[in-house]
Design a protein around this ligand. Structure first.
Ligand code: KIV
Ligand code: ZN
Length: 374
């Protein structure tokens, strides 16, 4: 399967976020190292800086496709062509709601605009991905009609955009199958999911399982409103649960996530899947005991497989195994009396709402040792 990263386009549409062209390039180079198939570098018509950013990414990136967004307007397509990208992502809305209230176009006009835009981009020798915006709230028969017409006009990839995140996995899978069964020709099928109901990753994975060839995503799930499907989560789920080849260098994921978090100014929530600080952390005594005997008891995959480390955290849920592990990792011999004292104090602190720090643990150990010398 293919992964198209849109951190630098849809991700940058996160309210309040604006990246400098040099920062966009830094992220693009990291995405290339990560091994994504396509990098959506931006929307060149938006501003001069955006155009320069897309052009510099197209110049510097050679191992991933660089794709730019365009409406069905010629000036958008020309601007993307001037930015020297390998591929162009043309979109137009296909739902009655968007056609009526946003585009103020009827169905025939939308079909015509889509076909003309795709033909024009193809006449310049570009790979063309066509997205039906708000596809998931469109009349499925009309969606299929638009898709068929753009495939006939030469579109290489079709993308079902769940623009406001209203799908759920079984419905997404049905729509993917419906498009596959009804649109004839040679094309790759993609999905682009938003997370308004927290199902963007699940919907993307369901789509892949139902036969889609590609999913769009953003690092850390950044994007408009509740964000886009998190690319690192789609990649990990498809690779480690469905066992598909995704061509991602998973050991780089954490680095890319950290860079995006820093440059976007958006912290990664600790409980975020795959890259969150707690994704492979354990506190409760039962879990720590299990993990120390066999990590698979409470970890779905080896943290090292996604560039993460296992952490054993002490707190009021800790048991003796955690304390022994932590003392050993601090170079302290886990004598029984020391373990008991540390465990007791850690729980007392926990009950007061305080997390015991390494300094606290050292202090307790010193107290026990000094007491023994009295
Ligand atoms: O969410 C959306 O519909 C988009 C399109 C441009 C594909 O981002
Ligand atoms: Zn989007």
């Amino acid at each position: 399967m293919r992964l198209l990263d849109t951190t630098l386009r849809d991700g940058e549409q996160t309210p309040g976020v604006a990246l400098k062209p040099e920062d966009k390039l830094l992220i693009a180079l990291k995405l290339e190292e990560l091994g994504v198939d396509s990098i959506e570098a931006g929307f060149p018509i938006v501003s001069e800086g955006e155009f320069r950013a897309v052009k510099s990414i197209a110049r510097e990136v050679s191992n991933s496709e660089v794709i730019a967004l365009a409406r069905t307007r010629r000036e958008d397509i020309d601007k993307a062509i001037d930015a020297d990208v390998n591929a162009i992502h043309i979109f137009i809305a296909t739902s009655d709601l968007h056609m009526r209230y946003k585009l103020r176009m009827n169905r025939e006009e939308v079909v015509e605009a889509a076909v003309n835009a795709v033909s024009y981009a193809k006449s310049h020798g570009l790979t063309v991905e066509f997205s039906a915006e708000d596809a998931t709230r469109s009349d499925p028969k009309f969606l299929v009609r638009v898709f068929q017409e753009v495939v006939n006009a030469g579109a290489d990839r079709l993308d079902i955009a769940d623009t406001v995140g209203v799908m759920w996995p079984s419905k997404m899978a049905s729509l993917v199958r419906f498009v596959r069964e009804n649109v004839r020709g040679n094309y790759l099928l993609s999905v682009h999911c938003h997370d308004d109901f927290g199902m963007a990753v699940a919907n993307s994975v369901a789509a892949i399982e139902a036969g889609a060839d590609q999913a769009h995503g953003t690092i850390n799930g950044v994007g408009e409103r509740a964000g886009n499907a998190a690319l690192e989560e789609i990649a990990a789920a498809v690779r480690f649960l469905l066992n598909y080849d995704v061509g991602i260098r998973f050991e780089k994921i954490k680095e890319v996530s950290d860079l995006v978090s820093k440059l976007f100014g958006i912290p990664v929530p600790p409980n975020k899947a795959i890259v969150g600080a707690n994704a492979f952390s354990h506190e409760s005594g039962i879990h720590v005991h299990g993990v120390l005997s066999n990590p698979l008891t409470y970890e779905p995959i080896d943290p090292g497989a996604v560039g993460m480390n296992r952490r054993i955290v002490v707190g009021k849920h800790s048991g003796r195994h955690s304390i022994i592990y932590v003392l050993k990792s601090m170079g302290i011999e886990p004598r029984d009396d020391i373990v008991s004292a540390v465990l007791r104090r850690v729980k007392e602190l926990g009950d007061m709402g305080i997390r015991a720090s390494e300094e606290d643990i050292k202090r307790i150990v010193m107290e026990v040792l000094n007491h023994g010398n009295d």
